[in-house]
Design a protein around this ligand. Structure first.
Ligand SMILES: Cc1cc2nc3c(=O)[nH]c(=O)nc-3n(C[C@H](O)[C@H](O)[C@H](O)COP(=O)(O)OP(=O)(O)OC[C@H]3O[C@@H](n4cnc5c(N)ncnc54)[C@H](O)[C@@H]3O)c2cc1C
Length: 400
């Protein structure tokens, strides 16, 4: 049976970043990924995130995977809230002295795959992990390869970075799952058209929330609040553009263009604890899910990796297991902060079915646009509490 130091399951942002950092530190690792490389890099189902906290951008640069992101990404220094036909700017630069970076997750995944393979790293595409044995000592990953053949990989450590539908939640005994679902979903589109504004617009409208964002100056990523049971067939292109412009309430105008992708995203919050058992650790969406309103998912994945990377380095350099033992305890600080913020943004911006709660929501929203104190809370969390600044998770620079 083949042996490695660290077996990583999943080539999403979490698994790839960890694999690349460990490789630079001389730790022998293998990534097993169920899908093909082409699917990860080009499938419309993998478009997903686009907002990077400032500190996430910095981590990508320090890890040596951010060169293209730096040239092709966009800096945003604030966001807009659209309410009752008026635009209110939340000026991050003035409020907290930092902005955010806009760059598509799928591009970053492509960049990380390139860098990792060029550095001699190993990613086994189309290798689906189907079981896990011996979690306490020398864990074994059982996988199915592209031809259906089964194989086993004996590891010193296993990292579950297999995303929001993680199988590890079945395989790790005694996990506690905290979760919440919301009574709405997002109909998302990627369209070839200039975005409605130079920065993101979060629009509150009586017909439901809408988000206007961009991937580039000619590619817009827009979302509409819809029912979780919504049938996408009932949303032809004209209806989507009409509804988006209606919910903007006249503060900006979208020019309809070809829609390249259309999807429905359900909204839920979920945290798994502990995020470890024996020699097995969870990172990214495998351990927690946030509704996309606060744009936190990929940033959280990077935070987890920063904490676990430091702990694995301490183990491989000094055989010191202290940081590994406290991994969940350290990570839960940034995780629950992001859960809090994502929950707050979600409740603040979506039209709620209960009339009393809806009035409270509108009062909260008015308070936000009038109060610099509440704006500072939003700005601080949006830009990122734990990837940079006073509370930042410690991220050791990779060797070399
Ligand atoms: C519509 C939408 C918008 C979003 N917007 C934002 C945003 O603006 N900002 C933000 O920060 N986050 C956002 N997110 C969240 C972000 O996309 C996720 O948090 C991020 O992908 C998590 O990375 P990950 O590596 O943990 O998991 P994933 O990216 O899901 O990667 C997991 C990988 O594991 C593989 N895998 C699964 N099971 C197995 C198996 N058994 N064997 C082998 N491989 C397996 C999968 O194929 C996948 O490639 C958004 C998400 C969605 C859906």
């Amino acid at each position: 049976m083949r042996r490695v130091q660290v077996g990583i399951v999943g080539a999403g942002p979490a698994g790839l970043l960890l694999a690349h950092l460990l490789r630079q530190a001389g730790v022998d690792g293998v990534v097993l990924e169920a899908k093909s490389r082409q699917y990860l890099e080009t499938s419309p189902h993998r478009i997903r995130a686009g907002v990077l906290e400032w500190g996430t951008k910095e981590i990508a640069l320090k890890a040596g995977v951010g060169d293209r992101m730096l040239h092709e990404g966009l800096e945003h220094r604030g966001i807009y809230i659209a309410l009752n036909g008026r635009l209110h700017r939340i000026d991050f630069a003035t409020l907290v002295g930092q902005g955010i970076w806009v760059y598509g997750q799928q591009y970053l995944v492509r960049d990380m795959i390139n860098h990792h393979l060029q550095a001699g790293g190993e990613i086994l595409f189309e290798h689906e992990v189907v079981d896990l044995k011996q979690l306490e000592q020398n864990p074994i990953l059982i996988y199915r390869g592209p031809g259906g053949e089964e194989g086993e990989l004996l590891c010193e450590f296993v990292v579950g970075a297999d995303g929001s539908h993680s199988r590890f939640r079945e395989w790790i005994p005694g996990l506690r799952i905290y979760q919440k679902t919301y009574p709405f979903a997002w109909l998302g589109i990627l369209a070839e058209t200039p975005p409605a504004a130079s920065e993101l617009i979060y629009a509150s409208h009586e017909r439901g929330f809408a988000l206007y964002s961009m991937r580039s100056p000619s590619l817009a990523r827009n979302y509409l609040q819809v029912s979780p049971e919504e049938n996408l067939e009932t949303w032809p292109e004209e209806r989507i553009w009409e509804e988006l412009n209606l919910r903007l309430g006249g503060v900006a105008q979208l020019t309809p263009g070809p829609i390249l992708e259309k999807s429905l995203t359900l909204m839920r919050s979920l945290v798994v604890e502990p995020m470890q058992h024996g020699r097995v650790f969870l990172v990214g969406d495998a351990a927690h899910v946030v509704p996309p309103t606060g744009a936190k998912g990929m940033n959280l994945a990077f935070c987890d990796v920063a904490v676990l990377y430091r702990a694995l380095l301490a183990y491989y350099r000094d055989r010191d297991e202290t940081l590994l033992a406290s991994y969940t305890e350290t990570a839960r600080r940034h995780i629950w902060q992001a859960e809090l913020f994502s929950y707050w943004m979600t409740k603040l911006l979506h039209t709620l079915p209960d009339p009393f709660e809806e009035q409270i929501r509108l009062a909260n929203l008015r308070h936000l646009v009038e109060s610099p104190h509440v704006q500072r809370f939003l700005a601080e969390n949006y830009v990122g509490v734990y990837t940079s600044g006073r509370y930042a998770v410690a991220f050791p620079s990779p060797p070399g």
